[in-house]
Design a protein around this ligand. Structure first.
Ligand code: ADP
Length: 159
């Protein structure tokens, strides 16, 4: 049976840490779907369509990875995809509390869906989309942390 891992998040915007995780997952699972959540409550800097388009471009080099936007309940989206694994990233102990709570809730909602966690390469452990938005907003250089196309999108958005 094909094992499809769904990696959900806001990806506002996608960073090298996210890509690192997708790359790792793509070596383990048959298919990896990066699920971009609409997340209107987070008031994202980039709209859903733009976040999906950016992630699509950035992950284009990974043949068994794809990108899809969603605005429904995560477990319903996973079910519709035929996903059996929910993939999340753990950067530090500080991520654990929230991720543990999320995994518990998702298990209550969809017991057959397994949450699995991967850690990024060391150089991405301190990386987050919110820090990237903040650094870019203050004129800092984000080129070590995001794809050049994401950097260009940030610059265009901030202009
Ligand atoms: P969310 O709004 O769901 O937290 P994010 O886009 O911020 O969405 O993150 C999506 C997932 O990717 C989360 O599991 C998060 O812990 C993980 N993640 C974020 N940044 C990194 C990184 N630098 N390395 C590894 N995983 C990360």
């Amino acid at each position: 049976m094909e094992v499809v891992a769904l990696y959900p998040g806001t990806f506002d915007p996608i960073t090298n840490g996210h890509s690192d995780l997708v790359q790792r997952a793509a070596r383990i699972f048959d298919r990896v779907v990066l699920g971009v959540a609409d997340s209107p409550g987070k008031k994202p800097m980039f709209d859903l369509e733009r976040r999906v388009a950016l992630a699509n471009e950035v992950l284009d080099y990974i043949p068994n990875a794809s990108v899809q936007g969603f605005d429904t309940l995560l477990v319903d989206f996973a079910r519709a995809l035929g996903g059996t694994v929910l993939l999340r990233g753990l950067r530090a102990v500080s991520d654990f509390d929230y991720e543990f709570q999320l995994a518990g809730m998702n298990r209550r909602l969809a017991p057959q869906l397994e949450s699995l966690f991967l850690t990024p390469a060391e150089q991405y452990a301190a990386l987050s989309s919110s820090l990237i938005r903040e650094i870019a907003g203050l004129g800092g250089d984000v080129s070590p942390f995001v794809d050049p196309r994401v950097q260009a999108a940030l610059q265009a958005r901030l202009r």
